[in-house]
Design a protein around this ligand. Structure first.
Ligand code: NGF
Length: 291
């Protein structure tokens, strides 16, 4: 399987006000990421896509629309992880048949699964499909930690080819890089992209790249060329932007910013709340401050 690398937006989902999927909006989000952010790929069905609040058919619909819009212009990763492993197995086959370049699955969450159970989950999802799997490691939301030794056990299955590392433990990130130089390692926290790149990640997957993808690439490229001062200057501006966005509500603010850019990014899905007038006003100000 080809090794993935570069800048990937964790794709937002555009919803109508009633919570149904806004197909035109999803297509516009894909286009904006390709044409303006110039990303190398999209991570579809992640946290940013509000995936864990969706039904199976809705997840299928999004995978289909995104592939239909992106065609083969960029790489596509389908996040298929779910507590319903039958759904994960089904979506793994569905996305593979659509031509997705890789699968990814969040570690199973909520219940306290043993590592043996986590390992079996990954091996089961990937078992009957001709595709690769990127482990989605996000301990601050799932409560699931994976040690270097345990990553080694997962990688004993050669179809498990990488990790999306959304964690602040840069000691573990460095140990991972040293232990598994051939595995695709993606940084998951946009605000720590520079240090992650210095530690040798192959790319980054981020929510804020939907809006701030151009700066994300500058940080990545400067850091890889050893131009740390230049990279840090861009990281500072990026983190001013991210701090403002987080304070105002992450996904909603990104969507309102995109609306300012002419993209029909729509609403968030309940239980996420509606936009207040104040939130909309702040988000517009944030957009015009940085873009
Ligand atoms: O949104 C989250 C989770 N994390 C994303 C990123 O790891 C993508 C990160 O970009 C992702 O997890 C996904 O969509 O599956 C942050 O939003 C960003 O660094 C701001 O903190 O909270």
């Amino acid at each position: 399987y080809p090794k993935l690398q570069g800048i990937y937006s964790a794709l937002l989902t555009s919803f109508n006000h009633d919570g149904t999927i806004n197909e035109k909006g999803v297509r516009e989000l894909v286009r904006y990421n390709i044409d303006v952010n110039k990303v190398d790929g999209l991570y579809v069905g992640g946290s940013t896509g509000e995936n864990f609040m969706l039904g199976t058919q809705e997840k299928e619909e999004i995978f289909k629309i995104v592939k239909d819009e992106a065609k083969d212009q960029i790489k596509l990763i389908a996040q298929v992880g779910s507590l319903n492993i039958k759904e994960s197995v089904h979506l793994a086959k569905f996305a593979t048949d659509l031509g997705y370049d890789s699968l990814s699955a969040v570690t199973p969450f909520y219940y306290k699964f043993s590592f043996a159970e986590v390992k079996d989950y990954y091996n089961t999802i990937i078992e009957n499909v001709d595709n690769q799997m990127i482990v989605y490691f996000i301990p601050f939301l799932t409560g699931v930690n994976i040690s270097i030794e345990q990553f080694g056990e997962l990688f004993a299955n050669e179809k498990i080819t990488g990790c999306k590392f959304t964690a602040g433990d840069f000691y573990l990130l460095e140990r991972f890089r040293k232990a598994f130089p051939d595995k695709a390692l993606f940084a998951g926290f946009d605000e720590m992209m520079l240090p992650a790149t210095v530690l040798g990640v192959d790319g980054a997957i981020g929510s804020t790249f939907n809006v701030n993808g151009v700066r994300a690439r500058q940080i990545f490229d400067f850091a890889r060329e050893g131009k740390i001062k230049e990279a840090l200057d861009v990281q500072h501006v990026t983190n001013d932007f991210i701090t403002d966005v987080l304070k105002n509500g992450l996904y909603g603010t990104l969507k309102i910013c995109l609306q300012e850019a002419g993209v029909d990014a729509g609403y968030c899905r309940k239980p996420m709340g509606d936009y207040s007038d104040e939130m909309i006003e702040n988000a517009k100000k944030i957009y015009h401050k940085y873009f």
